[in-house]
Every structure is written in C-alpha cells, then in structure tokens.
Design a protein. Structure first.
Length: 257
C-alpha cells in the first residue's frame, strides 16, 4: 500500500492505495499548527480507524502548497510510518513537460492534477480545480503544461462578502432555487454560484478559442467543483479523486524508474 498526501491551503487530504485501488481517504485541517509527533500519532490513529496498519505502508508521496507545515509533516510520517516521503517538486518524474515562462512557479497541486487528467483522459485537456483558488490549467495534446489561469475560489469570494461587508451574514454555499433571489441569503448564493458558473464558461470558451483546440476536454475537481459541474455543459467530467490519483501515478513513475 502507498500513502498519498495532498496538502492544500484549507485541508490535508490523505489517501491509501492498494495497487491502483483507493482503499480509504481522510482529512486534517492544514491551518492548525502541529508538531511532528502530533502529525505522526494522529496519522497512525486515522490509519487504524480505517483498517490500515501503518506497517503495511510501503511508500509515501506528498504534494504541498503550504511550506510551513512540511517540516513537521515529513518528520511525523518518517518517524511514525517509517517511510521518508517522496516530495512533488523539481527533479521528480511526472510524464508532462512544463513549458510556461517559469516552470518553478507552477504549484505542485496543479502539476499533480495535470498529470492525472492527461494520463486518464488524454490531451488536449483543461484541468479545473475548485479549491481555495480556482485554477484552470491547459495540457497540450503531446503532454505539455502550456498555460494556467488563477482566480479567487468560491470560498474566498464568499468570505470576502461576509467579512468585508457589515450586514451580510456567513452562508452555506449552494445553488439557490432561482437566480431571481428575493432575500439576502439566496441573493448571495445566486451571486456566488451563478457568478462562478459564468466565469467558468467564459474562461473555458476563451481558452478553447485562443488555443485553437476545438476538441479540448474539460475535467474538473475540487470540493465545490461538483456544484459548478452539475450546472454547465462546458465541463465534461467531474473527478473528485483526481489529485490523489495524480499522486499515485507520479509515485509509480518514480518508483518504477
């Protein structure tokens, strides 16, 4: 079994693979400071609850966009799982070539998503990740990471509404019954959800036009991505497990050499 770890700005998502099968997943908050012992003990317990013995873990891989948790997290995994994690970054084999102006600026999470989308669905493919930020990454037919667009995520937009305006409340992010809202909560939900749908469709169409890829596949992931994907034909596939799958693929590429 291998342990894959996606460290995002909001959550750390863990997955355990038995071969190509995802056996279990679980999460921790990434903003809560922890020591290496706290990470290691919590991880062992979470594995045990999910019927996985830590001694069965043969290897681990991490993609992280939160540098300040890495020392403790890597230390905890190394000490309590007994394996030194592989880190997604410069020098690791991914199977795609980054041809942007500064390849080192591309976040590991975006690389992992791009690898998974290209390997599973083929290219050209536009990969959307509805996370803390909403990202749109273009992978060409021959496997080149060619361009990326970054926009505020739907949670960031929602947070800005209720934190920066005195009278707007904190709300659940979901699609309202109608865009023709008649009270505050549904009006905020309409603006957030339909605004994101409109942005998504425009960016997809613009990428298709400027890239010249009429056959562009569009694959989405991320926690809130299902809300958007269900409401637009511009997204062809919603794959919630895309990032974890990408980590598995990269791990296998590097272990097999």
């Amino acid at each position: 079994m291998i342990l894959v770890v996606d460290v995002g700005n909001t959550n750390i998502t863990y997955g355990v693979y038995e071969g190509k099968k995802l056996k279990t997943t679980f999460r921790m908050m990434s903003k809560l400071p922890r020591t290496s012992d706290e990470y290691g003990i919590s991880l062992r317990e979470l594995l045990r609850i999910n019927d996985v013995e830590h001694t069965d873990i043969e290897g681990t891989i991490i993609a992280s966009v939160v540098p300040n948790v890495m020392h403790s997290l890597v230390g905890g995994i190394t000490r309590y799982i007994g394996k030194t994690p592989m880190i997604v970054g410069p020098g690791i084999k991914t199977g795609i070539k980054i041809v942007t102006e500064n390849p080192r600026e591309i976040g590991p999470d975006r690389i992992v998503d791009a690898v998974a989308a290209y390997e599973i669905y083929g290219g050209p493919v536009l990969v959307l990740d509805f996370g803390t930020a909403t990202t749109y990454d273009l992978v060409t037919e021959d496997g080149c990471f060619a361009a990326g667009i970054t926009a505020p995520g739907i949670r960031i937009s929602a947070k800005a509404l209720w934190e920066d305006t005195a009278k707007l409340p904190e709300i659940e992010i979901k699609k309202p019954k109608s865009i023709l809202a008649q009270e505050t909560i549904s009006s905020m939900q309409a603006g957030l959800v339909y605004g994101q749908i409109g942005q998504t469709e425009y960016i997809i169409n613009r990428v298709r036009k400027e890239s010249g890829y009429d056959d562009l596949k569009v694959v989405a992931t991320g926690g809130l991505g299902s809300i958007i994907a269900d409401e637009t034909d511009a997204i062809q596939v919603y794959d919630r497990g895309l990032t974890l799958e990408g980590l598995r693929i990269i791990y296998e590429k590097n272990v097999k050499g």
